[in-house]
Design a protein around this ligand. Structure first.
Ligand code: UGA
Length: 439
């Protein structure tokens, strides 16, 4: 099949490269010329483990091309995948669809034959119908069709998630569109991947309902962790014990400093609007959003309390800045709340992240706090002469932290582990004051 992918962010680039790997001819289009240049020069504009190999392999095989010209890309295309951004509109808190609609219009203006336009971007329920309306209005003679094919990729393991998904959801309006989608996924279908065909609105809602459910599980685990601290229970074992019940499971039940990233915060918020617009305002999801916001603030309080009730004048090593490990993404990262709160309370921060330093600098640098925020080049540099170390992200490097060696670097042996990464007993036996979550 010839497929055009619009947008070369996480979703677009991973989908484009992986569809090429399944044997399709894919052209990825982006308006940002510098991104296309990087890709054409063999670079990858995002950090995503394993993606470079897939891109390289398929470029060499001639199945994956990059261009800024949508018009050229669309020649002979059978399907167009929309993977443009849907940021939250600051004022309304709703998903901003201007890029989706602009891309649709441009597709309609530049095609010579009918195509199936597939929305892969996470879009509110009803967007597929609007995309169809734009296509029909712009080119009524062509009878284009639409499909909704939500993605369930996690940053950091997006290639694996794409190639071996738990399920593929396809919202389609006709047999023709179903056939095109079946062709697109024929390799996976042949390998036994479960596929669920639905109407378009259903597919759109499956995406939001799934992300909000996962966010709810995490918020619940965080709440259980707090209760554990209050009653002297161990959250690791409570979650383990709960997870042994197949109805509950133990995935997305790891307590931490609050969920972040570009998806859960945005999609939970968007779902509250979808629900309100539908006349059924959500109570649960709003509680999840509020609990998660509060969680991040409470984590700053937890660090302050571990430091004896005040961090005024203290140097604190912050290990990990990205919203989770194996990504350089800083969006809605707990560090963006916790670090400013600690600085406000008088701390000086020595921050380090194995991959996210550049992104972190963009997000965290601010003239009002720069004097109190130092970006370090290694874990050891961050630890040196610090009065406490705080683990915010679960990078492997921090899991393997040499507690013995760290003793020689730290001024005070205070260790706040907000990801429950380390062996607390070992830390205590080495003389650390060790504070973790729900234990
Ligand atoms: C999430 C979903 O997991 C994907 O299925 C979905 O496709 C994606 O959003 C999206 O909508 O595009 P992602 O945001 O990349 O993926 O990250 P996750 O690995 O799901 O983690 C999200 C946040 O939850 C992170 O801050 C992570 O640290 C936190 N988390 C996750 C926990 O605190 N505990 C857990 O047990 C799991």
């Amino acid at each position: 099949m010839k497929l055009v992918v619009i947008g070369t962010g996480y979703v677009g680039l991973v989908s484009g490269a992986c569809f090429a790997d399944m044997g399709h001819n894919v052209v990825c289009v982006d308006k940002v010329a510098s991104k296309i240049k990087t890709l054409e020069d063999g670079g990858i504009p995002i950090y995503e483990p394993g993606l470079d190999e897939v891109v390289l392999r398929n470029r060499k095989a001639g199945r994956l091309l990059f261009t800024t010209s949508l018009k050229d890309a669309l020649k002979d295309a059978q399907a167009v995948l929309l993977a443009v951004g849907t940021p939250t509109d600051e004022l309304s808190g709703r998903a901003d669809l201007k890029y989706v609609f602009a891309a649709t219009k441009e597709v309609a203006e530049n095609i010579e034959k009918p195509v199936v336009v597939i929305t892969k971007s996470t879009v509110p329920v009803g967007t597929g119908a609007k995309v169809l309306e734009i296509l029909h209005k712009t080119r009524p003679e062509l009878l284009c069709e639409v499909a909704s094919n939500p993605e369930f990729l996690r940053e950091g393991s997006a290639v694996q998630d794409f190639m071996k998904p738990d399920r593929v959801i396809i919202g389609a309006q006709s047999e023709h569109t179903k056939n095109i989608m079946q062709m697109l996924y024929s390799k996976m279908i042949g390998e036994g991947t479960p596929v669920l065909f639905t109407n378009i609105a259903t597919a759109e809602l499956i995406k939001y309902a799934s992300n909000a459910f996962l966010a709810m599980k995490i918020a619940y685990a965080n709440e259980v962790a707090d209760i554990c601290e209050g009653v002297g229970a161990d959250v690791d074992l409570v979650i383990k014990g709960m997870g042994m019940d197949g109805r509950i499971g133990n995935k997305y039940m790891q307590p931490g400093p609050g969920y972040g990233g570009s998806c859960f915060p945005k999609d939970t918020m968007a779902l509250t609007h979808i629900a309100t617009d539908a006349g059924h305002p959500t109570k649960i999801i709003e509680a999840v959003i509020n609990a998660n916001d509060l969680r991040k603030e409470n984590m700053a309080k937890k660090v302050i309390s571990a430091c004896g009730g005040s961090v005024k004048g203290k140097e604190i090593a912050v290990l990990g800045l990205t919203f989770k490990a194996n990504t350089d993404d800083m969006r809605y990262s707990p560090s963006l709340v916790i670090i400013p709160e600690l600085i406000k309370a008088g701390a000086k921060i020595r921050a380090f992240d194995p991959v996210g330093m550049e992104e972190a600098k963009k997000e965290l640098c601010n003239s009002e706090r720069d004097d109190n925020l130092q970006f370090c080049s290694s874990t050891n540099e961050a630890l040196k002469n610090s009065d406490a170390a705080v683990i915010l992200t679960e990078w492997q490097e921090f899991k393997e932290l040499d507690l013995m060696a760290a003793k020689k670097l730290l001024r005070e042996l205070v260790l706040v582990d907000l990801r429950n990464l380390l062996d607390g007993n070992k830390a205590v036996s080495l003389g650390y004051k060790y504070v973790s979550i729900g234990r």
